[in-house]
Ligand binder design. Structure first.
Ligand code: F0G
Length: 452
């Protein structure tokens, strides 16, 4: 069958407010050409992030009604705990309000707040909040990708893989300085690229050799497990649940933002096998998040997570999820638009420097493209280039992140049409200059001006 349909029908709808180009020109000006400043009611297709922006199922909404709000030991907590136990095989489970709360607790128990000087944590590629939380302790971070992982034009099945040689060298040189090793599945920073099971097994072996804990950033574990099933030798006949279980069996702990593969709008998980560290994390959780059976969430949130984590592992869902992202990527590639290849699990990243070759890096080609897509079609994307990363930007990318179960194929066809229209007149698009910016994280609030 060539057409993979959305494996759901729609029971409740949220209207999209249709806007005209003329209106959007005004909205952009009002927001000082920063898409973070545009109210979401003025966005027609919102591809800013796949985090917490998905649709819940009717079962999840039913779960929301069943949610029990008891302070301690609510049935919703037990349901959530049992699902996570079943999926991961890990017994020590804490709920948190989102991924970065799990990261903060992890850093505090495994490095110590302010205790990170002279230490270093390797990852295939740290996500921003993971990096920021680790570095907040004084510890350094390093990304150890393979050469193909760093080359957006190369089409390879597991570009998220950890560079094993580089990891071994780091452990050989500085074993005492490494509090733990991290692997992020899928690897968001380089385009939602998966890590192979074989690669994680080899990382595990190195960790065993140097006696280091292995922590998984498992935000998109189900998407990664599906890629393993589709692409890795010997995995195709296995259940995706078994592959996901293998991922977790290989690690000593995991941080999870349930806003991705938990299929919920808010929530997170922290898993730590080591009993003493888990107890330490539990005490810290109580200090800032809430009691260990709710972790800063409502009982109904735990209920929705319990159901979401099961639904995300359904084969029909994952087949549709990965295929629909790939569909967007394929159509852009067919039209000669450079994207990070191959298409990732949760997002497509357009190479804005290639899209607008007439705009130099210091005039922010990613900002140009992001503003142009909004003006032409009310599409909100996210610049990941010199605006966000400053001088550290390796590339000028624009991310189109796909919320889960939210948009239909015709929405995506519309996105493709708008991108192609914008491409046809790309040479006329202006660069941008920053007219006002805060001291840090400027992409959220900086003000821009087009350089006509
Ligand atoms: N790790 C990865 C790989 C992520 O992509 C994110 C969030 C986090 C950790 C943090 O989770 O937001 O729940 O605190 N990524 C979002 C994004 C924000 O747009 O890619 P959080």
């Amino acid at each position: 069958m060539k057409t993979i349909i959305e494996p759901f029908r729609i029971k409740s709808v949220e209207p999209i407010v249709m806007t005209t180009r003329e209106q959007r020109v005004g909205y952009l000006r009002e927001a000082h050409y920063n898409l973070f400043g545009i109210p979401s009611r003025r966005v027609m297709i919102d591809l800013l992030t796949d985090s917490g922006t998905g649709a819940m199922s009717s079962e999840q909404w039913a779960g929301i009604m069943r949610g029990d709000e008891s302070y301690a030991g609510a049935p919703s907590w037990f349901r959530f705990r049992d699902v996570i136990k079943r999926i991961t095989g890990i017994q020590n489970i804490l709920p948190t309000h989102q991924g970065r709360a799990s990261e903060r607790l992890l850093v505090e128990v495994m490095i110590g707040s302010g205790q990170g000087q002279g230490k270093i944590v390797p990852n295939n590629a740290h996500f921003d909040t993971t990096r920021a939380n680790i570095e907040h302790s004084g510890c350094q971070t390093v990304d150890l990708l393979t050469p193909e992982g760093q080359n957006p034009a190369v089409d390879a099945p597991f570009k998220g893989n950890m560079n094993l040689t580089a990891l071994q060298e780091l452990l050989e040189d500085r074993a005492d300085d490494v509090p733990f090793v991290m692997v992020t599945v899928t690897c968001n920073s380089i385009g939602g690229q998966p890590v192979s099971l074989e690669n994680i097994k080899s990382v595990r072996e190195l960790c065993d050799q140097y006696n280091k804990p292995l922590i998984l950033d498992a935000c998109r574990f189900a998407e990664n497990a599906w890629f393993i099933k589709m692409r890795e030798k010997g995995q195709n006949n296995r259940q995706v649940q078994d592959i996901a279980r293998d991922l977790f069996e290989l690690c000593d702990g995991a941080t999870i933002s349930a806003k991705k593969d938990g299929l919920v709008n808010i929530g997170g998980v922290l898993l730590i096998r080591n009993k003493a560290l888990f107890e330490k994390a539990s005490n810290l959780l109580i200090l800032t998040e809430g009691f260990v059976t709710y972790g800063g969430l409502a009982g109904r949130d735990l209920e929705a997570m319990a159901i979401g984590f099961e639904e995300v592992l359904e084969a029909d869902y994952l087949r549709y999820r990965i295929r629909s992202t790939e569909y967007l990527g394929e159509k852009l590639l067919e039209a000669g638009i450079a994207i990070v290849r191959p298409p990732g699990g949760h997002a497509i990243y357009i190479d804005a420097a290639d899209f607008c070759p007439h705009i130099p890096k210091h005039q922010f080609p990613g900002q140009t493209l992001a503003c142009a897509l909004y003006e032409a079609g009310g599409i909100r994307s996210c610049e990941i280039g010199s605006v966000m990363m400053g001088e550290h930007a390796h590339m000028e990318l624009v991310r189109l992140a796909i919320p889960r179960r939210t948009y239909t194929q015709s929405h995506i066809d519309y996105v493709i049409e708008i991108i192609l229209n914008v491409k046809a007149n790309a040479q006329k698009l202006p660069g941008y200059r920053i007219v006002e910016e805060p001291a840090a994280l400027r992409h959220f609030t900086a003000r821009f001006e087009p350089m006509f």
